[in-house]
Ligand binder design. Structure first.
Ligand code: NI
Length: 137
């Protein structure tokens, strides 16, 4: 982290009141930390939009009994093996499997991977949650 810099911010009173409520809700100890987090969040969103290398997690729930589905999902993951860091398979119950896949790559490639798995018959839920590599923040 580089040196701390102080700067003044002028805000509408109503907006500041809402921000202070937000700070309380999110248990920040001061406004500076809350502002820094909001700035970082926006920079990370910008990273996602610019198709930079990001990291994230794909969560997926699928039907354990669906014929060939496990093989299909494994094949798709092998097609995109260079962006998969690790995966974990959990047998949720008698009928459902839950998979967590940690990924790293360009946003567009990660979306493609997630969409391919989501489109497979028997997949009930597949969602990509993006984070950041932290390199540009
Ligand atoms: Ni299972």
């Amino acid at each position: 982290m580089s040196d701390l810099v102080r700067f003044g911010v002028s805000l509408d009173g109503e907006l500041l009141k809402k921000f202070d409520d937000y700070i309380k809700q999110h248990t920040y100890s001061n406004r500076s930390n809350a502002i820094a987090d909001l700035i970082r969040e926006k920079l990370i969103e910008q990273e996602w939009e610019s198709d930079e290398i990001v990291t994230g997690v794909i969560t997926m729930v699928f039907d354990h009994h669906q014929r060939e589905l496990t093989n299909t999902l494994t094949s798709i993951q092998h097609d995109h093996h260079q962006m998969i860091i690790s995966s974990q398979h959990i047998h949720l119950d008698q009928d459902n499997c839950f998979e967590i896949i940690v990924v790293k790559g360009r946003t567009s490639e990660l979306n493609l991977l997630c969409n391919r798995m989501k489109a497979a018959r028997g997949v009930k839920h597949a969602k990509l949650n993006l984070a950041t590599t932290g390199a540009n923040i």
